[in-house]
Design a protein around this ligand. Structure first.
Ligand code: ADP
Ligand code: MG
Length: 328
């Protein structure tokens, strides 16, 4: 099998909404009138973002999920994506699993594969997604990092820390009961991008980001872009862990301190962190119900720069968690 058979076999399907899909020098997309195109790329490198022996179906899912998560953070509706793939060799079992996981998630979100590039080399997956955001009365409805204002509430969707829990277990740093390992591993390897929530929050949230490198680190990006600070109540934030599918972290020997660290700095969660004015609390909960994604309020935005943590009694807490940085 050569490069072109491989593309035809695993990555070519008839164009749907796209004007032109795989097969020519460019794909053609037709953004609808009154919309902007939202574009984002994410690369996954073996040994850096995933273990060499990871299940290819899960890898296909995750490669697209992390990209859809960026669209979600902008409130964009997925349209299409391209796939640039470097493969060490042609392994048909691997390609079948990978393309299945990739295209199943693509179908679930109506996001078409319209092109890409395929080369020989160390396993590397780079996806670029395209989404659309409405423009209403000349104003983009995209959710940005820069819109948070003093007095806004801070929210996080779903649960945090599960992916980090699985990562520590797979590294052998801690031992988990089989069910807990299976559930947290699913969160690490096949995250759920909060695409519906992002769109439901348009016109409600003042700022948003997806949580890929750990909540505190990612929240700091909002604070920097918005020139604000924030105070988080750890007693509220810890609920993000307690809400996890199997709340038995303590039984597994993971104490409250570690739970908090995994929730606040874990990484790979692909939840949305966002801010909204206090007057929008009901609207936020309505959006969460509409998107069938729970959201938890964990603090507020302050005019004072910096990120402060409060303990259950409301006293300041000092914690310095490293946030993920490829070159740090
Ligand atoms: P070019 O020589 O113009 O770069 P290629 O020969 O690399 O084009 O690719 C042929 C067609 O197959 C193009 O339409 C390209 O977008 C598509 N393509 C290549 N690799 C992939 C892939 N991994 N997934 C989807 N489409 C692909
Ligand atoms: Mg090419």
């Amino acid at each position: 099998m050569g490069e072109f058979d491989l593309i035809a076999r695993y990555f070519t399907r008839p164009a749907g909404q796209a004007v032109l899909g795989v097969g020519d020098d460019c794909a053609l997309l037709q953004p609808r009138p009154g919309t902007q195109l939202a574009v984002s790329s994410d690369m996954l490198v073996e040994g850096r973002h995933f273990f060499a022996d990871v299940n290819p179906f899960a890898l296909g899912h995750k490669a697209l999920a992390v990209n859809l998560s960026d669209l979600a953070a902008c409130g964009a509706k997925p349209l299409a994506f391209t796939l640039a793939l470097a493969l060490p060799d042609i392994d048909e079992d691997w390609l079948a699993g990978f393309s299945k996981g990739l295209l199943a998630l693509a179908d679930a979100h109506g996001c078409e594969l319209v092109g890409g590039d395929t080369t020989q080399g160390p396993l590397n997956i780079c996806i670029t997604v395209f989404g659309e955001v409405p423009v209403v009365q000349g104003k983009s409805q995209a959710l940005l990092r820069s819109g948070a204002r003093a007095g806004d509430d801070v929210y996080v969707s779903g649960t945090l820390g599960d992916a980090r829990l699985a990562l520590e277990a797979l590294r052998g740093a801690l031992a988990l009961p089989p069910l807990m390992l299976a559930q947290s591993r699913l969160r690490l390897e096949q995250p759920t991008p909060r695409v519906a929530l992002g769109q439901a929050l348009r016109g409600i949230a003042s700022a948003a980001i997806d949580v890929s490198d750990g909540l505190l680190g990612d929240l700091r990006h909002i604070l920097r872009a918005s020139k604000t600070g924030a105070t988080l109540e750890t007693a509220l934030a810890i609920n993000l862990v307690a809400a996890c599918a199997l709340p038995d972290w303590s039984a597994a020997g993971i104490d409250a301190e570690k739970q908090l660290e995994f929730a606040l700095a874990g990484g790979d969660d692909y939840e949305l962190a966002f801010t909204a004015p206090a007057s929008a609390r009901e609207a936020v909960q309505a959006a969460a119900r509409q998107a069938q994604t729970p959201v938890t309020r964990i603090g507020r935005i302050d005019a004072d720069p910096g990120l402060r943590l409060l303990d259950a009694a409301g006293a300041p807490m000092e914690r310095h968690y490293a946030s993920f940085d490829h070159f740090a």
